[in-house]
Ligand binder design. Structure first.
Ligand code: AMP
Ligand code: ZN
Length: 145
């Protein structure tokens, strides 16, 4: 992916401030932090979206995410950590190379998520949506094996 900025960071064509790296993953500082200390964790190989990533690699990536979060807690004395991951422009994704945002949180960081808690019209609505998601998962499992 020649025009992917995160692939270019992996290839060291673009600079980044590295936090951690191994054979499969790279963690580096987000250039525009939501909160100071905001880190991105990416696979070295180009994948997008999340559900295109092989599960073994995903397991590795979430392990790196966890280690970075622990590093923010102990190294930065963070009070908490948010993990965020976007798929698709409608979800706020700007860079189409899978990445996890690992965002340290501090009591006085001044940040708050614009999280609106909605509700279903009735229990049947939630049950119907749950059934559609479940059936799609089972269908995908059956067709990919
Ligand atoms: P997303 O909106 O989930 O696609 O997030 C993309 C993130 O990449 C944003 O938080 C950007 O600030 C960050 N970003 C974009 N370019 C760079 C770069 N060259 N180095 C570090 N972070 C970057
Ligand atoms: Zn890429």
């Amino acid at each position: 992916m020649d025009d992917c900025i995160f692939c270019r960071i992996v290839k060291e064509e673009l600079p980044c401030t590295r936090v951690y790296e191994d054979d499969l993953a790279l963690a580096f500082m987000d250039i525009a932090p939501v909160v100071r200390g905001h880190v991105l964790v990416i696979p070295r190989e180009h994948y997008d979206p999340l559900y295109a990533v092989p599960e073994r690699l995903l397991q590795h990536l979430i392990g790196v995410v966890s280690r970075v979060a622990r590093g923010q807690m102990t190294g930065l004395q963070a009070n908490g950590v948010n993990i965020m991951q976007a798929n698709g422009a409608v979800a706020g994704q700007v860079v189409p190379h899978v990445h996890f945002h690992v965002i340290p949180r501090f009591h006085d960081d001044g940040h708050s998520w614009n999280w609106r808690a909605g509700k279903y019209d009735n229990p049947d609505e939630a049950h119907g949506l749950a059934r559609k998601i479940h059936e799609a998962i089972v269908f995908t499992q059956n067709t990919s094996s």
